[in-house]
Write a protein that binds this ligand. Structure first.
Ligand code: UDB
Ligand code: ZN
Length: 183
C-alpha cells in the first residue's frame, strides 16, 4: 500500500513538469497505480489505517505526486449534500468552466507541501470534466463548488501548477473577482 513516504514533496521536479497523456487502453501497471492512488485516499480517511500509518486524510492525489509524470488523478470525498465522488481518472480534461469563481475560506493545502501557505486560491466555481475511468469508460462530470475545487487542484498537478501559484502575491487574502466563498 502507498504511504506518505511514497509522496514526493516540494522541490521534486515531477511537481513542476507537464505530465504526459496515458495512451488508451492503459497498461495493467498504469491501472494498478491508479487503483493504489484511490486506495491511499480511502485508507487515509479510515481512522484506524490513518493512525496506524500516520497518513494525512487526503481527498485527491495526482500521479506526479508519486513522481510519475502521467496524466492520472484519484479523488475520494463527499460534497456538502453527502454525494460521494470516488474516481480514478485517466487523462482528465476540463472542457468548460464558469466565469464565476470560488475559493475555500480556509485556503488550500497539499499532500506534497509540508507547511501552511496562507491565502485564497481562486478557482472556477463550476467545471465540466471529461476523462476515462478505471473501468475504461469515458466519463463526463459536471462539478460545482467544493467538488470543482478538488478536481481543479488535481488537474493543476498534471500541468506542474501548485495551489499557491494562484494566491495573490501582494494580498494573499484579497477576495478574487466574482468569487464566492466555500465552507
Ligand atoms: C488534501 N485534505 O488531501 F473537508 F475528511 C488535503 C490535505 C492537503 C489537507 C491532506 C483535505 O482537504 N482533507 C479533508 C477535507 C475535508 C474533510 C476531510 C478531509 N488535498 C489533496 C492534495 O493535496 N492533492 O494533490 C488538498 C486539497 C486542498 C483543496 C483541494 C485539495
Ligand atoms: Zn496537491
Amino acid at each position: 500500500m502507498l504511504t506518505m513516504k511514497d509522496i514526493v514533496r516540494e522541490g521534486h521536479p515531477a511537481l513542476r513538469e507537464v505530465a504526459v497523456e496515458v495512451s488508451m487502453p492503459p497498461t495493467d501497471e498504469e491501472k494498478k497505480t491508479l487503483q493504489e492512488m484511490l486506495e491511499f485516499l480511502q485508507n487515509s480517511q479510515d481512522e484506524k489505517v490513518c493512525a496506524k500509518y500516520a497518513l494525512r486524510p487526503g481527498v485527491g492525489l495526482a500521479a506526479p505526486q508519486l513522481g510519475i509524470k502521467k496524466r492520472m488523478i484519484a479523488v475520494h470525498f463527499e460534497d456538502d449534500k453527502g454525494k460521494l465522488y470516488s474516481y480514478g481518472l485517466f487523462n482528465p480534461k476540463i472542457v468548460s468552466h464558469s466565469v464565476e469563481q470560488a475559493y475555500l475560506r480556509e485556503g488550500e493545502g497539499c499532500l506534497s507541501v509540508d507547511r501552511a501557505v496562507e491565502g485564497f486560491v481562486p478557482r472556477h466555481a463550476r467545471i465540466t470534466l471529461k476523462a476515462i475511468d478505471l473501468d475504461g469508460n469515458p466519463v463526463k462530470l459536471r462539478l460545482r463548488d467544493y467538488a470543482a475545487i478538488v478536481l481543479q487542484h488535481e488537474v493543476d498537478h498534471l500541468n506542474g501548477i501548485m495551489f499557491y501559484d494562484h494566491i495573490n502575491k501582494e494580498n494573499p487574502y484579497k477576495i478574487p473577482e466574482d468569487a464566492k466563498p466555500i465552507h
